[in-house]
Design a protein around this ligand. Structure first.
Ligand code: HMG
Length: 425
């Protein structure tokens, strides 16, 4: 590819970009048709250098009970078995009364970082003496938020030489709020510059410690039993898996990946920024200097008690929320009305996801359930047509060992049988 076709790519229309990509990247007619068929005018308004929309599957998490209410939650993910596992975990918890989600006040943190400081304590004192003025500067930058009773409510100073971070604590009400907080932080930064201070940067922090969401559940082990293990045995093994994720960073990363399987899928379906939630979750998991599992499970008397706390600064308005027809429809399906409700339900889905994964890992192993559901995407990846998938997955499910080569061989065998059958007719 030559360099000059990329120069000014953003100034072209989406149609021109697709034509150019076809030519420069040697797309087949079929590949070009995919770009054409999936393109939307809305997508072109949302991102830069737009060529087409990228589709991901959406399924429904059913039977999730939080604070006594049953939810049906859209999940967007490409990974087989994630939605099945979330539903599985939710159902087991629902049989024991469901999840409890805490309701706590939530704020976002906007950082205004100062440097070139002679006396940190003197600066901290000066900032606290000017708290009222600083909050007014912040709120004047976003008056509509103040009118709704939200806005910048407090300040915090953190000293990390050679820096001092002035943290603006902003109540963003029902919104995702990132842009509003950035506007406020920049206004405060500009004001501090005028007072003669050196401001390095002003930006929202994704470690949303002022928007923590906690969910808990108490599971009756009877609902965890398998054909080989009693409920209490499974509960004890799940608790041990949880202990392992507190001390072994390799296991902690996978434990948390499993939780984020559910959380990301709900966040994406709700139109919120899943990268922000991911970043906050992992930073919070390492808050004491050691990266640990976010969810914990303990046997307490005759119950398995699960708990998950993580930053969950989601909104139900603003940003890209409800800008796509899909995200809009998802709110009709979920009937979620407030940011707090959404945060609790998302965290509950993460804990349900973790329970299902740990139950599988602590009993039959992940491959038994996960791989069976993976067979459909394996079948497609070795070239099966939609019509061939059921026959191929049925054959694969009867085997003790399955991989790409095996799937490919069986597909060839199925095609041969079909052709032989046709010839005989
Ligand atoms: P099962 O126990 O064989 O399911 O689970 P079941 O047939 O007894 O059905 C019980 C319930 O599970 C169903 O209730 C459904 O709610 C749900 P019902 O509707 O019958 O009243 N369920 C399903 N929902 C939708 N589609 C399905 C389906 N099957 C059951 N096909 C299952 C089978 C795969 C769910 C189970 O083995 C499981 O949860 N496995 C864990 C799978 C998983 O975590 N997948 C994520 C990918 S692996 C990963 O990335 C994370 C990991 O590494 C994290 C970690 O290490 O911690 C594992």
């Amino acid at each position: 590819m030559t360099k000059n076709w990329q120069h000014g790519f953003y100034k072209r229309s989406a149609q021109e970009r697709r034509n150019l990509v076809k030519q420069m990247c040697a797309l087949s007619d079929e590949q070009f048709a995919t770009l054409e068929n999936q393109a939307t005018s809305l997508g072109d308004q949302l991102v830069e250098n737009y060529v087409t929309d990228y589709h991901l599957p959406e399924g429904l998490l059913v039977g999730l009970v939080v604070n006594g209410r049953e939810y049906t939650m859209p999940m967007v993910t490409e990974e087989p078995s994630v939605i099945a596992a979330a539903s599985n975990g939710s159902q087991r918890v629902a049989q024991s009364g469901g999840f409890h989600a805490s309701a706590e006040p939530r704020s976002l943190v906007g950082q205004v970082v100062l440097t070139n400081i002679d006396d940190y304590d003197a600066l901290a004192t000066w900032l606290s003496e000017h708290e009222e003025t600083i909050l007014t500067v912040a709120n004047d930058a976003h008056p509509s938020m103040k009118r709704r009773g939200a806005g910048a409510k407090g300040l915090r100073v953190r000293i990390e030489p050679p820096f001092l971070s002035l943290d603006l604590l902003v109540d963003v009400s029902e919104a995702m709020g990132a842009n509003s907080v950035n506007t406020m932080a920049e206004a405060v930064g500009a004001w501090l510059r005028k007072q003669g201070y050196t401001v390095l940067t002003a930006i929202l922090s994704n470690l949303a410690t002022e928007s923590l969401q906690t969910v808990t559940c108490q599971v009756d082990p009877a609902h965890l039993a398998t054909s080989d293990m009693t409920g209490p045995q499974v509960a004890r093994r799940i608790a041990l898996m949880s202990d392992l994720a507190q001390v072994d960073v390799y296991r902690a990363a996978t434990h948390n990946k499993g939780i984020m399987n559910g959380i990301d899928a709900l966040v994406l379906a709700s139109g919120n920024d899943w990268r922000a939630i991911e970043a906050g979750a992992h930073a919070y998991a390492a808050r004491d200097g050691h990266y640990r599992g976010l969810a914990t499970w303990q046997v307490d008397g005759d119950r398995l008690v699960g708990r998950l706390t993580l930053p969950m600064p989601v909104g139900v308005v603003g940003g890209s929320i409800k800008t796509t027809p899909q995200s809009n429809t998802n709110y009709q399906i979920s009937q979620i009305k407030s940011a707090q409700e959404l945060a609790g339900v998302i965290a509950a889905a993460g804990l349900a996801q973790n329970l299902a994964a740990l139950r599988a890992l602590a009993t039959s192993g992940i491959q038994a359930g996960h791989m069976k559901l993976q067979y459909r995407s394996l079948a497609l990846s070795v070239g099966a047509t939609i019509a061939e998938v059921p026959r191929l997955t049925k054959r694969l499910a009867q085997l003790s060992h399955v991989d790409r080569q095996v799937a490919s061989d069986i597909l060839a065998q199925i095609r041969k049988e079909t052709n032989d059958g046709r010839r005989e007719n």
